[in-house]
Design a protein around this ligand. Sequence first.
Ligand code: SF4
Length: 364
Amino acid sequence: MLPRDRDGRILLKGVPRPQLLAWAGARGLRPGQADALWAALYRKLRSDFAVMPELDRAVRDGLAAETRLDVLRLEAVKQAADGTSKLVFQTDDGAAIESVLIPGPERATLCVSSQIGCAMNCQFCLTATMGLARNLSAAEIVDQLVLARRHFPDVWISNVVFMGMGEPLHNLDQVLPAIACMVDDQGLGLSQRRVTVSTSGLVPQIRRLVAESPAQLAVSVNATTDEIRDAIMPVNRKYPLADLFAALRELPLARRARVTLEYVLLAGVNDSLEDAERLAELVHGLPCKLNLIPWNPHPGSEFRRPEPERVAAFKAHLQARRLNTSIRTTRGDDTMAACGQLGRAPAEAPRRTRRPHGLPVIAS
Ligand code: SF4
């Protein structure tokens, strides 16, 4: 059985190919017609059954009466000075969700959302100020890539990262089939190595992702002591650093596979050389690459981005420990499209106030 929308229409997107072909066969489509339907969805990026000459008229009319192609509407595209584009989509229930297209020299990366808002309450993140409204469906997740490819036909979107709004591992039941559609070689055709799921550190769900999906894993670490991580990432109170790293060490990673570890640098909070040294000890022996992200400011937050020299010193310390370390270039921050800036117009963001220990919380 395929999922349906609120009006009872069957959603064709977000369903992995074997299930979609089986469903089509049960409806009486010949194998060639079922393959043509899959190609129309994901290779030809069709938005209307009327422009599917590869299907018989009767088949098209039957599908048009009962099923649904697009589930999102592209509302706006805001381009930043550096070429990054924020795509704003409208859902059926009137919510706005966002993806970010980051062009590179030869290929582009699309950063997709997996939820409307987020429940994880990371203190440095603008999305967290929204709370969680709801999970996105697999169709809504896949449609971000389909509509982006349709809108940018001359851009080769070869990479997808689940680093937009939401904690993807909080919505694995929808994220897993969406990934299956993205990496299908007869459809959207992304390489498995070019789909990355980023988590704040939900340990059981990390194990499930690795067991059930070919996607790459990224983990947002962001602190080297439980005291600081508890304060800036409440998930740490349930899955503290020792448990998180023990789980990462036990993952059955493929040969030469590495976990990406992200580290958002917050001035005066987690950016000292002592932190760099503790981070090196935490990751010792783990096949990983470290991605340092100088924090992206947003109005209402009292965190600060570290000075470039401090970021460079942090990186140099890790490299001296022979760790594969890079600094993520900030892209798109003039349209609030940079990492941690998705989800709410600046004027709507609530102010964060300081707690006695100096870390900000959302004002009630
Ligand atoms: S950083 Fe990610 S997991 Fe944390 S609140 Fe923001 S969107 Fe959610």
